[in-house]
Design a binder for this molecule. Sequence first.
Ligand code: NAD
Length: 268
Amino acid sequence: MDQENVTPKSMFRLDGKTAIITGGGSGIGAAIVRLFHQVGARVIIVDRDIESGKNIAEELYPQDPSSYFYAADVSQPEEVQRLSESILNEHREIHVLVNNAGIGHVGTILETEASDLDRLYEVNVRGVFNMTKAFIPGMLKRKSGCIIQLASIGGVVGIIDRLAYCTSKFAVVGMTKCMALDHAKDGVRINCICPGRVETPFVSARLQEYPDPEKAYREMSSSQAMGRMGKPEEIAAAALYLASDAASYITGHAHITDGGWSAGHIVS
Ligand code: NAD
């Protein structure tokens, strides 16, 4: 950080930076896209869902949306290879990579097939691996960059009924710490965020599986330490902090944003 020219206000600006956000078409990713754009970053959305990715690119860059949305499945190495060639050809330098794309799965070991575990691993773990492998070389060359993974509180503590999901997210936290140490001296900071329950389409889809989704929503909210779920914007704020100069001495950190979930039991 250039201490002399940094003010509390400028510390959280991303002017002149180009950021990629995977899964940027929905939920937490879309909130990060909007916030980073608001604080001056040029934002590139990567999502396998073409409609949602295109919509947000049209909202932020009505003159040239196709330069800011790239359709790709981050779990597929060949697709990520093609994607990185197109992005680097058009945008040259990537300063911030947010590996947000992820999927969920509900079940105990008895209710989880090996194919479920593989699918979660492919998207949640290999997705982070593929994207980081494609974009970290440019950061290392410039000796500057920042990578942020969306892990989960389920990557720090176990969650009942979430065997495959927690397994994949523990791997994301572990991978983050290893990559951070490997490159701590190279000017590239690598951290992850561990949210608790956040109100996004990811959680709404789960609620629809209950016989009474509204009742399930109320129960899910009241079972949180704060009596409510988090909002995507509250997680985006954590991403901005980690991407900003305010976090210049932070790497290898699993940043918990769970409204108190992991602090302890909320029933006495
Ligand atoms: P979401 O379902 O609303 O959005 C995820 C986005 O990722 C979607 O746009 C989807 O199309 C995209 N995506 C999924 N797989 C992809 C792939 N293989 N390639 C490219 N894009 C892909 O989810 P969300 O709730 O915003 O979650 C975002 C991240 O935060 C995930 O990694 C999730 O595990 C993590 N997280 C969410 C919560 C929560 O309660 N919502 C809690 C903890 C962690």
